[in-house]
Design a protein around this ligand. Structure first.
Ligand code: ATR
Length: 273
């Protein structure tokens, strides 16, 4: 059977093997999907060995997405924009194609699963790290009215905004600078959530019908999700759907089949508790 894997560090708690096993079972694909722990500085060597041994495709997670970007022989536009690759695929000519499905994953989760509107909405993104860079071009492609990127280190937000400014109206800002503004969609892309922390958000940031999305997920509502609920957000979601949707997009690149994600989101959700 065809060999796939997810490379990263840490990797033991990755949900990707379970997700791809479910997709493969659903669509009758003969494939195996494993995890591989990448030691410091060993990405290129490990990935090279994987493909030399007949591997067909990889997912790449933290902290190897930039290494994977450098490893790829060719890149999708969205991967080039993201400066990061989460999917590598062996091509017929033996070269390795790099793509980034994270942005497509979050957009698909919002539009298809949550039925959140994006066109003409005022979007706020918290954080200006790699996770946010990865989703900006697919988000801008949905024609929001504008995107504001707020970050603790404001200069990083401004630089990021400038890099994407040709794709739409996007600007960088400090958390303090948000006071008085209102948004229809707020996406938390900071890693603060993982430490049980929250950026300093001013009150009244949310419009009447504001949707709040945390790119992180966990069995319990995250601090950002609890903040959103306390601010009477119209809808709140964690990032589990994004995780499954980015996987589906990768699966589609490898196998040419779009899996049915709904049951898999439910399955993974049930396994969190
Ligand atoms: P990732 O690849 O997950 O995006 P990263 O590139 O290290 O990781 O970015 C982490 C993001 O979370 C950054 O925007 C960071 O803000 P700074 O750029 O100012 O460091 C943000 N972040 C992390 N901890 C935070 C906290 N306690 N409060 C606010 N923002 C935080």
């Amino acid at each position: 059977s065809d060999q796939y894997a997810v490379f990263g560090n840490p990797i033991r708690h990755s949900k990707s093997p379970e997700i791809h096993a479910a997709f493969a079972a659903q669509s009758g694909q003969n494939m195996v999907y494993r995890t591989h722990l990448v030691d410091d500085g060993m990405f290129a060597e490990s990935a090279g060995r994987f493909f030399d041994n007949g591997g067909k495709g990889l997912n790449i997670t933290v902290p190897c997405k930039v290494d994977a970007f450098q490893f790829a022989d060719s890149l999708s536009d969205r991967a080039r924009r993201a400066g990061a690759v989460n999917t590598l695929a062996l091509q017929d000519d033996g070269t390795i194609y790099g793509d980034n499905t994270d942005g497509a994953g979050i957009v698909r989760d919002m539009l298809e699963n949550l039925a959140w509107e994006m066109t003409d909405r005022r979007v706020l993104i918290l954080g200006a790290g790699g996770a946010v860079r990865g989703i900006l071009s697919p988000l801008l492609a949905r024609n929001p009215r504008h995107i504001v990127i707020a970050n603790r280190t404001v200069e990083k937000a401004r630089l990021l905004a400038r890099e994407f400014s040709e794709l739409g109206e996007v600007r960088g800002c400090s958390y303090e600078g948000l006071a008085g503004s209102q948004f229809d969609l707020v996406i938390n892309g900071t890693s603060a959530s993982m430490m049980g922390d929250l950026p300093p958000l001013s009150p009244e940031l949310l419009s009447e019908t504001a949707c709040c999305y945390d790119m992180m997920y966990s069995a319990e509502p995250t601090p950002f999700m609890r903040w959103a609920a306390s601010e009477a957000a119209w809808a709140v979601s964690d990032g589990l759907g994004m995780l499954v949707e980015q996987a589906a997009e990768s699966f589609c690149i490898w196998r040419g089949i779009r899996p049915n994600t709904g049951p898999v989101i439910e399955q993974i959700r049930a396994s969190l508790n």
